[in-house]
Design a protein around this ligand. Sequence first.
Ligand SMILES: [Fe+2]
Length: 509
Amino acid sequence: MSCRIPTRSSSTAGQKWWKSIVYTYYEWCRVAPTATTFYRVPNRHFAVQATSTGSSSDSSNSERISLVIQVPNTPGSLTQPLAVLGKHKVNLSRIESRPTTQVKQPDAAYDIFVNVSDDTTSCVVNDNNLVNRIKNAVEELTSQGIKVTVLGEGLDSSSMATTSGESSTLSGIPWFPRKMRDLDAFASRTLEYGAELDADHPGFHDKAYRERRQSITENAKKYRYGQPLPRVDYTEQELKTWNTVYTELTKLYPTHACKQYRYIFPLLEKNCGYSPHQIPQLEDVSEFLRECTGFRLRPVMGLLSPRDFLNGLAFRVFHSTQYIRHHSKPLYTPEPDVCHELLGHAPMLADPDFAEFSHQIGLASLGASDEDIDRLARCYWFSVEFGLVKEGEQVKAYGAGLLSSFGELQYALSKEPQLLPWDPFVASKQPYPITQYQPVYFVADSFSSATDKFLKFAETIARPFSVWYNPYCQTIEIIDSLEKIMKIAGHTKQSCSLVTEALRRLDGK
Ligand SMILES: [Fe+2]
């Protein structure tokens, strides 16, 4: 599934395949290190969105629809589902099995994960015939009491409708996850890095390093919702790399990081094992974030597509790598690694206002067109990755790409770059260079005002419905009818009653 990302210069008019290069391709600064070291750390979490025009021969397109079939651990239990799929001429390109993650299921039950392909076409998305065959197969399996979950962006969204009327609303809308478990579909859909490295990666020629990454990314690939996050027993060499990064960056935080970061970081040291001598475990950090804002971390093999990565934010899920950069260049890496995730992103996700801002970007991405995903990814880039925020008369950093980069953190707060007020309408169209530090950064007044501005921008996302995240069920609800609007109004009414009661009690003191 790994895709090579073309540089701008290699993108020609004839290569419509790559529609998101400008904002998703990020090449690390290769300014020759001189007296001043221009090392940069990674600040993207998604790779180029491979948007097929139907003319590509990339076989990865044939794996966009997947099924998860639950079967008991009895001899021949897979025979029946396979027979039904065969009957409906649904070809399979890959089959995996693993113990089911559903707590209420007996231990003997298994999830059979299958990728659907069609050898008659390279583009599943446009093959309505295949979609209909899958639908028919799923219906027959369901009628036989076999539980099937459909995953994948190629399937017409009408097939994932869960309530009456949603079918017509979602017709033609790109697939998006509706429940937390749907994020399992992203586990093996990374587009870049993971276990595979570019030739210019510092660890490319290091066999031991590659094997180490392979073992860590395998854990991420196998991870499924509901399981404890895999723990990594980091080596002395990895700890030494972490120590260098940690020691250098923490020198800058008191003067360069925003107040929210400065407040949270000591809490992470106290509660999650943050220290120069220890790499925190994702599980511990994730639990801390859940208690603070409901955000959680989820291991990922490498770079996701912009759509998948942003969709995860809608569930307050942040996809996080677990491997560390190569020890030969501790202050340089061409990709997100555990230093970038835990030092750049995790602290800010514990702030309620920042968490809400990130969540809203995620919600806006659900079912958005490719063009709108482009715009949202740029907003994400110039805020969550490279954002600055006012602090009195000063400007501080909150973007993870800055907070995990010793060089760019200082550069961004120097007099050199241009600073613009945070405006998502501008940021969504802002180009950026790929071989040097950003010439432009956006400065928010506060996270709550940044969210207000973003919500106005999100109204311009072209889709025929609104979405609401139900935190109790951890599901996305489609708001496309008066009945559903009334349901939301009921929640709002209850919140208003709570506020009124609280004010009355406060007034009575
Ligand atoms: Fe990042």
